[in-house]
Write a protein that binds this ligand. Structure first.
Ligand SMILES: Cc1ncc(COP(=O)(O)O)c(C=O)c1O
Length: 552
């Protein structure tokens, strides 16, 4: 950017042509990052993963209305809000409550899905953005092979999976028809999304009615209404207006830097590395107990997921802490206290309505009652009638280190483990004490006693949402610092603070790329100070850590 002049790629000037060629080359490079052969796949640049999903459903709605065919949308309950919203454009929809419902549906040849003469879309996340569990990638291929009742497509929401998972689209016959993702979640920068489209399925996106500057070759606007869409590759007809070409150039650098940092197969390295760290967090949190024996963390984990197995589980841990008396500590309090220690976790309902409903045991009427009583995703009431309305989530990535993990665990021990043995174990947990097992710290649905309590009325919820005892009050009886809390130490060792060379004892020397050792940021570097692509590659490297700070 300092040595070239780039123009809007739609124009014919040399700077514009230069930009256009570069955009095309980077499009291909991005496809190859996912082992997607450009012969078989196209990539449409979008604003983010949500925009990619919205584009698919809008195209399919238009295709359905053009042929007067009812549109059906099916989604898995672990879906992110942006995926669930697709249902609103469909005539009928189904939420699959668990994997076995999906399996049965596929095995039955599609019974319980779209009927013949309907148009269908089955969409699901590759990884839950709440628990980090990874869903079967085989579903798309099996749906293509086994469901012949109607025309049906599959969409993989890879937004969470792509951040630490290796996505391989080399076999297009078994791959999803559409893959939605966000590049900043992989590289930290740039803020750019993509819809990757299997060319054999692209015709269904061609019926989109809207056009904008850049996606048409001719428009008659006065005296008649006629237009001709652009020809050539699909992306020519779907990328309205000016593509964010500067961001696309940044993607080129991001891919290069990623390879320099993590080696020739960066996502495989990141998957292995972050998976090991997540396993450590998970096993440590599972085993932490108050002095009275009560596990401190309720960890929300799919029963089939196994930390350390990258097919089944990503580098994310969702949990709530509880006090020695069994009461739940508000997730926002945990996030706030962690933040004060430069440890950045995410808390809340995480835009995952199905996950919150199932793991935290909220039925639809309770959720409506909670809303009526003032609970909002953006302004949450953290617990109602003893039940948490959200979780704390730790996400690890390529830049996370074993030291980061240790800092977090020390923080947890310092503030959340109560070593006062005089506090009796709450009665409802006594069975768990007699038979201690790691499972006693996990929950899928109603395995946690306080979560089993159903809320029957709005009044009950209103009462229940009275302010809870603040965690700091409880800390009076909690043991005191065992970690070095000096700002200097904390700043350098936080979970997601810009890269320090990995100190992971779990990485063998051949696994640890040499170049990481040179990447320690200057003291005092802060994420917000490194937000321009106009700066050095090193800036991008620093930015890539922001991929760990997923906000939605
Ligand atoms: C699984 C999943 N889907 C969709 C999204 C939304 O992505 P974006 O913010 O890029 O639109 C997220 C965000 O983190 C996510 O984790």
């Amino acid at each position: 950017m300092t040595s070239n002049l780039y123009g809007n790629p739609h124009s014919a000037s040399r700077p514009s042509k230069l930009a256009g060629h570069r955009v095309d080359a980077i499009r291909e490079k991005a496809l190859r990052f996912f082992n997607a052969d450009p012969q078989d796949w196209d990539l449409v640049f979008t604003a983010n993963a949500s925009a990619s999903m919205k584009l698919v459903i809008e195209c399919m709605r238009d295709a359905a209305s053009t042929t007067n065919t009812p549109l059906w949308v099916g989604h898995h309950k672990d879906a992110h809000t942006s995926l669930v919203g697709m249902r609103e454009l469909a005539k009928t929809h189904r939420c699959f409550d668990n994997d076995s419902q999906v399996e049965k549906w596929i095995e039955s040849g599609g019974r319980g899905g779209p009927r013949s003469r309907e148009l269908g879309l089955f969409a699901y996340p590759g990884q839950s953005n709440m628990t980090g569990r990874r869903l079967p990638l085989s579903w798309s291929g099996r749906i293509r092979r086994q469901l012949h009742r109607c025309e049906i497509y599959t969409l993989l929401d890879a937004a969470a999976l792509a951040s630490t998972g290796h996505i391989d689209l080399s076999d297009e016959s078994t791959a999803p028809d559409f893959v939605a993702l966000s590049f900043y979640k992989i590289f930290g920068y740039p803020d750019l999304g993509a819809l990757i489209v299997r060319k054999k399925s692209s015709h269904i996106l061609e019926s989109r009615r809207y056009f904008g500057g850049g996606t048409v070759d001719m428009v008659v606007a006065v005296g008649d209404t006629w237009h001709a869409k652009k020809e050539g590759a699909l992306h020519n007809r779907l990328e309205d207006g000016t593509v964010p070409f500067h961001n696309i150039f940044a993607l080129d650098h991001a891919i290069n830097v990623h390879k320099r940092l993590y080696g020739p197969e960066p996502m495989k390295f990141i998957s292995r590395h972050s998976g090991k760290l997540a396993k450590k967090v998970y096993s440590s949190l599972s085993s932490l107990r108050h002095a009275n024996g009560l596990p401190i963390a309720i960890i929300y984990k799919d029963s089939a997921a196994v930390y350390g197995n990258s097919v089944l589980q990503g580098a994310t841990i969702a949990f709530n802490f509880r006090r020695a008396d069994g009461s739940t500590i508000g997730y926002e309090e945990v996030e706030k206290l962690a933040d004060e220690h430069n440890i950045y976790v995410r808390s809340g309902s995480l835009c995952n309505p199905g996950g919150v409903a199932t793991y935290l045991s909220w039925n639809p009427s309770e959720m409506r009652a909670a809303y009526a009583n003032g609970h909002r995703c953006s302004h949450p009431v953290q617990t109602m009638a003893g039940k948490a309305t959200g979780v704390v989530r730790v996400s690890l990535g390529g830049m996370s280190t074993a030291r980061d993990v240790q800092t977090f665990l020390d923080f947890v021990k310092q503030y959340y483990v109560n070593d006062d043995a005089g506090i009796p174990l709450p009665i409802q947990y006594q069975a768990a004490r007699e038979e201690p097992s790691p499972k006693s710290t996990e929950t899928t649905l109603s395995s946690v006693p306080e979560q089993a309590s159903a809320l029957s009325s709005n009044q009950e919820l209103a009462k229940a949402s009275a302010p809870q005892a603040h965690v700091f009050e409880r800390q009076k009886s909690v043991k005191k610092p065992s970690i070095n809390t000096s700002p200097k130490v904390l700043k350098r060792s936080s979970l997601v603070y810009p890269p320090s060379p990995p100190q992971s004892p779990e990485l063998s020397s051949d696994e640890m790329p040499q170049y990481l050792r040179h990447m320690a940021p200057p003291p005092g570097t802060h994420l917000s100070s490194a937000n321009s692509i106009g700066r050095s590659k090193r800036t991008i490297i620093r930015n890539s850590v922001a991929g760990l700070l997923r906000r939605t």
